[in-house]
Design a protein around this ligand. Structure first.
Ligand code: ZN
Length: 419
C-alpha cells in the first residue's frame, strides 16, 4: 500500500468554478482516497507541498491521432508498423509532458498501443482507441491516389492503411464494426463528411448512407460503445446525430440551429480549432496542395462562430486538437483559442469532466474527488484566471501524477536544491 499526500493545494475539481483552497489530496494506490479541507493527519510515503498552487484533474484530449507522424497522411505509405510506432513515441510522450494524462485516439491507435501504455512499456497518456477510422470508398479516409485501383488493402502491413479502413454498404459495416469491437475498440470512428487533408473530396460532401451510419451506431451500442463522426457542415452533423452518432468532431461550419439539434440528441461537439490555425500557418512549407490550403482557410474561418453557436444553445463541447505530424507541439494552444469565446472554467471542464463523460469514464477521470483515478496535475498560478498557463510544453506544470505514480515532480528537485 502506498500513500501520497499533496498538501496545501487550491483544488479545481473538474466541475466547480470555486477553487477549494488549502486542501490536502490523499492518494492511495492510484485512487483519490480523500480531498481534505485543511491539514490531514494521514501519514504518507510521499508528501508534496503544493504551496498554494492549483491542483487539477489530469487533462484529457478527446481528438488525437497518435500515429499521424506526418501532416500529409500519404507520406506514411510503405511505412512498416515498427517504424511508424518508433516515430510516434516522442509525440505520445510529449502529450503527457503537457499534462494530458488521457487521450482518445480517433483513427489509428489500436489495442496494442493502449496496452503498452497501460503496462508502462511506453511513456504517455492512457489511451482510448478505436482502431482505424472507417471511410467509404472515395471518402475522407481513402488515401489512394486516383491512379490506384487496388481494393484489397492490407492495413496490417502499411502505415497508411493502419489508420483507415474502407467500408461500403450496411452489411459490410456490420461486419467491420463487429470486427473492430472484437479487437477491443473503445469507440468506432466514421468519416461522415469530406475533410481538409483528403485530396479527392469537398468539405461539404456527405459520406456514408443513413443505413451505414445507423448500422455502425447499432452495432457499437450493442457492445456498450459509441460512434464518433468526422463532420464539418450543418447537414452532415445533423444527419450524424439523428442517425445515432454520439460525438461529432470539428463541426466548424455548423449554424446555430444545428448546434441546438446536437444538444437535443444528447450528443457532444468536439471542436479541434488549433489544428486549422497552426496548419494554415505552416501548411505551404509542409507540402499541402493549394486545394487543401483553400479548404483549410475556409474551415478556420468558421471555428469561432462554432463556439458562439454552441455557447448560445447550451450544446456540450468536449476538447480536442487533431494535430498531425510536426504541428503536434501546439496541442495546448487549443486552451487559448477556446478562451477567445468561452470562460476559462468552461474550457477546463471540457478538457476534464466533460471529456471523461465522452470516454465513458464519468466520475473516474476528469474529476478530483473520492474514488476517482489519481490523474493529477499542479499548475503554477491559477488557470481559471489565466488559461495561457497551460499553453506550451508543460513549463507551468511542475507536478504530474498518473494513476498515483509520479511522472514529474519538479518541486522535489526545488526543495532538494534548497538544502
Ligand atoms: Zn482527426
Amino acid at each position: 500500500m502506498s500513500i501520497t499526500i499533496i498538501r496545501n493545494a487550491s483544488v479545481f475539481d473538474g466541475v466547480n468554478e470555486e477553487l477549494a483552497h488549502d486542501s490536502d489530496v490523499i492518494v492511495e494506490n492510484g485512487t483519490i482516497r480523500e480531498v481534505a479541507q485543511g491539514r490531514s493527519k494521514v501519514s504518507a510515503d510521499l508528501e508534496i507541498d503544493a504551496g498554494g498552487r492549483t491542483l487539477l484533474p489530469g487533462l484529457i484530449d478527446a481528438h488525437v491521432h497518435l500515429f499521424a507522424v506526418h501532416l500529409v497522411a500519404s507520406k506514411n505509405l510503405h511505412y512498416p508498423l515498427t517504424l511508424l510506432t518508433a516515430k510516434a513515441l516522442p509525440r505520445i510522450r510529449n502529450m503527457l509532458e503537457r499534462g494530458f494524462t488521457s487521450v482518445r485516439d480517433v483513427s489509428g491507435a489500436d489495442f496494442g498501443i493502449r496496452q503498452a501504455l497501460a503496462e508502462g512499456l511506453i511513456v504517455g497518456p492512457r489511451a482510448f482507441v478505436g482502431g482505424p477510422g472507417l471511410t467509404q470508398t472515395g471518402g475522407h479516409g481513402d488515401h489512394r491516389r486516383r491512379t490506384d485501383s487496388s481494393l484489397d488493402r492490407n492495413r496490417e502491413a502499411d502505415g497508411v492503411d493502419f489508420q483507415s479502413r474502407i467500408v461500403d454498404g450496411p452489411e459490410q459495416m456490420r461486419q467491420v464494426v463487429r470486427d473492430e469491437l472484437r479487437k477491443g475498440a473503445d469507440h468506432i470512428k466514421l468519416m461522415a463528411s469530406g475533410g481538409v487533408g483528403s485530396p479527392n473530396d469537398a468539405i461539404e460532401d456527405w459520406q456514408f448512407s443513413e443505413e451505414e451510419i445507423r448500422m455502425a451506431c447499432r452495432e457499437a451500442a450493442a457492445k456498450g460503445k459509441y460512434v464518433v463522426a468526422h463532420t464539418y457542415a450543418s447537414s452532415a452533423v445533423q444527419r450524424a446525430v439523428k442517425y445515432g452518432v454520439r460525438t461529432v468532431e470539428h463541426c466548424n461550419l455548423i449554424d446555430r440551429e444545428t448546434a441546438a439539434i446536437v444538444r437535443d440528441h444528447n450528443a457532444f461537439v468536439v471542436p479541434t480549432l488549433v489544428c486549422y490555425e497552426v496548419t494554415e500557418q505552416h501548411g505551404d512549407s509542409l507540402g499541402l496542395s493549394p486545394y487543401v490550403m483553400e479548404k483549410l482557410a475556409f474551415v478556420n474561418e468558421g471555428g469561432i462562430r462554432l463556439l458562439e453557436h454552441c455557447e448560445a444553445e447550451g450544446t456540450i463541447m468536449g476538447f480536442g486538437t487533431d494535430l498531425m505530424g510536426e504541428m503536434e507541439y501546439a496541442q495546448s494552444m487549443e486552451f487559448v483559442i477556446r478562451a477567445r469565446v468561452q470562460k476559462p472554467v468552461d474550457v477546463l471542464r471540457s478538457a476534464t469532466s466533460i471529456n471523461a463523460k465522452i470516454v465513458q469514464m464519468e466520475g473516474k477521470l476528469g474529476v478530483i474527488r473520492e474514488g476517482a483515478i489519481a490523474d493529477i496535475i499542479l499548475v503554477d498560478g491559477n488557470p481559471l484566471d489565466n488559461i495561457a498557463l497551460l499553453d506550451g510544453q508543460g513549463e507551468n506544470i511542475p507536478v504530474i501524477l498518473q494513476e498515483g505514480r509520479v511522472f514529474r515532480n519538479r518541486l522535489a528537485a526545488e526543495s532538494a536544491g534548497n538544502i
